[in-house]
Design a protein around this ligand. Structure first.
Ligand code: NAP
Ligand code: F7E
Length: 355
C-alpha cells in the first residue's frame, strides 16, 4: 500500500487530495497544527466515522512547517513514498501584513522538508505547491518558460520555494516537482478569497442576513479552475518516471467583475445593487492578469480541466445557497454529477465516491 504524507491536509486542496489518495488505496498521513479551535472541518468526514472503512488508513500528526525537528521526526517515522507539501500562509493580501512570517512558513517551510528528505536518505517523491502568483506582472499567457515577476511577499516566498525544489532535484537527485497552479476554487475554498467571499455573501444577502458585499479591485483577471481537478494533476506529476515542473490552469481568464456578474445573474440578481468598494481590500501591488498556458501538462501528464469558469461559479453558488439553508437553481450540482460523479460540498458527501 503506497504511503503519502500531506502537509496542509486541513486546507482546501489537502482535503480533496486526501479523498483522491484514499480512493486509490493509499495510506495517508497528514500534518495538522494544534489550534484552540477546530481546524479539521474539511476532513472530518474522512476520519471521524470508524465504520466508513477508510479512517483506518488516515493518520493525523501534530506539527508545524516552521518546526524543523518535528518535520525530521515525522518523515523518519512515517517513511512516506510521496510527500505533498501544501502547507503555507496562502493569502496574498495577508502576506503584506505578515511578510516575515510568510517568508518563514511559505518559503523556508519547503526547504525544511527538502532537508529532512535529504538527511533521511529516503527515496521519497516530493510535490511543491508552487503558484501562478510567482508570474506576477509577466504578460499572459504564462507557461513553464515565463520569467517570474513576483509582486508580493507571498509570491516571493513561493518563488524561493520553487527554486530550492529545483536545486534539490538537480543537486541531490531528489524526485522533486513543482506544480505551478493557477487559482482553483470550490465550496471548500477559504472564506476570505474573493470567489468564496462573493458566493457566501450572495447567499447571506439572499437569506436577508447581509446587506452589502465590500470588495477591493474588481478589474484583476484570474484563471479560475475547480480544486478537485487540480489535485488530480498533483498526483499525476508524482507518478511520472522523472520529476518535472508543470503549469496547471484552464487557459481562460475572467475579472472579479465578471465573477460577480456570473454569480448574481445566475440567481436573477443585479450585483451592482449589493457591491460596495472598500479600499482596505486593495493591495500595495496588484497582479493584473493571469492566464495559464497548460499545454505541457496536457501533453505530458494528459491533464485537462473538467470544470470551467461558468460551471465553477454555479457549483459554488449552489453550494453556498444550500449551506445557508436556501434552495439552489441546481445547475452546479448537475455539472458535478456529470464531471465528477459526486457532489463535493463543504461538509463533503463525497465519501460516496470513494472506492
Ligand atoms: P489553504 O486552504 O489556505 O490551506 C493551507 C494549509 O496550510 C492549511 O491546512 C493550514 O492549516 C496549513 N498551514 C498553514 N500554516 C502552517 C504551518 N505553519 N504549519 C503547518 N501547516 C500550516 O490553501 P489551499 O488553497 O488548499 O492551497 C494549498 C497550497 O497550494 C498552498 O501552499 C497554497 O499557497 C498553494 N496554492 C494554492 C492555490 C489556490 O488557488 N488554491 C494556487 C496555487 C498554489 P490550518 O488549517 O491549521 O490553517
Ligand atoms: O484574490 C481581488 C484581489 O485573494 C483574487 C491564493 O490561493 O491564488 C490565490 O491568490 C483577486 C485579486 O486570490 C477582493 O485583489 C478584489 O486581484 O481570491 P484572491 P489571489 O490573490 O489570486 C493564487 C494562485 C495563490 O497561490 C494564493 O495562495 O481578487 N479582490 N476584492 C479581492 N480579493 C480578496 N481576497 N478579497 C477582496 O475583497
Amino acid at each position: 500500500m503506497p504511503k503519502a504524507l500531506i502537509t496542509g491536509i486541513t486546507g482546501q486542496d489537502g482535503s480533496y487530495l486526501t479523498e483522491l489518495l484514499l480512493s486509490q488505496e493509499y495510506e495517508v498521513h497528514g500534518l495538522i497544527r494544534k489550534a484552540s479551535t477546530f481546524n479539521t472541518q474539511r476532513i472530518e468526514h474522512l476520519y471521524r466515522d470508524p465504520h466508513n472503512g477508510i479512517s483506518n488508513r488516515l493518520f493525523l500528526h501534530y506539527g508545524d512547517v516552521a518546526n524543523t525537528g518535528n518535520l525530521v521526526d515525522l518523515i523518519y517515522n512515517v517513511q512516506p513514498d510521496e510527500i505533498y507539501h501544501l502547507a503555507a500562509q496562502s493569502h496574498v493580501r495577508v502576506s503584506f501584513d505578515l511578510p516575515l512570517y510568510t517568508g518563514d512558513v511559505t518559503g523556508l517551510g519547503t526547504l525544511r522538508i527538502l532537508e529532512a528528505i535529504r538527511k533521511s536518505g529516503l527515496n521519497t517523491r516530493f510535490y511543491q505547491a508552487s503558484s501562478s502568483e510567482m508570474f506576477g506582472s509577466a504578460s499572459p499567457p504564462q507557461n513553464e518558460d515565463t520569467q517570474f515577476e513576483p509582486q508580493s511577499p507571498y509570491a516571493a516566498a513561493k518563488a524561493y520555494a520553487y527554486w530550492v525544489t529545483r536545486n534539490y532535484r538537480q543537486g541531490y537527485g531528489i524526485f522533486a516537482s513543482n506544480g505551478i497552479l493557477f487559482n482553483h476554487e470550490s465550496p471548500r475554498r477559504g472564506e476570505t478569497f474573493v470567489t468564496r467571499k462573493i458566493t457566501r455573501a450572495l447567499a447571506a444577502i439572499k437569506a436577508g442576513k447581509q446587506q452589502y458585499l465590500y470588495l477591493g479591485n474588481l478589474d484583476a483577471k484570474r484563471d479560475w479552475g475547480y480544486a478537485p481537478d487540480y489535485v488530480a494533476a498533483m498526483w499525476k506529476m508524482l507518478q511520472l518516471d522523472a520529476p518535472d515542473d508543470f503549469v496547471i490552469g484552464t487557459g481562460e481568464a475572467h475579472s472579479v467583475r465578471e465573477f460577480l456578474e456570473e454569480a448574481f445573474s445566475y440567481v436573477g440578481m443585479d450585483w451592482q445593487e449589493f457591491v460596495r468598494i472598500d479600499e482596505r481590500y486593495f493591495r500595495p501591488n496588484e497582479v493584473d492578469y493571469l492566464m495559464a498556458d497548460y499545454s505541457k501538462a496536457k501533453k505530458v501528464i494528459e491533464w485537462e480541466p473538467r470544470v470551467m469558469f461558468r460551471d465553477l461559479v454555479r457549483v459554488m453558488v449552489d453550494a453556498d445557497l444550500e449551506m445557508t439553508g436556501l434552495e439552489s437553481p441546481g445547475q452546479g450540482r448537475k455539472i458535478l454529477e456529470q464531471h465528477h460523479g459526486a457532489w463535493h460540498r463543504w461538509d463533503s458527501q463525497v465519501v460516496e465516491g470513494l472506492g
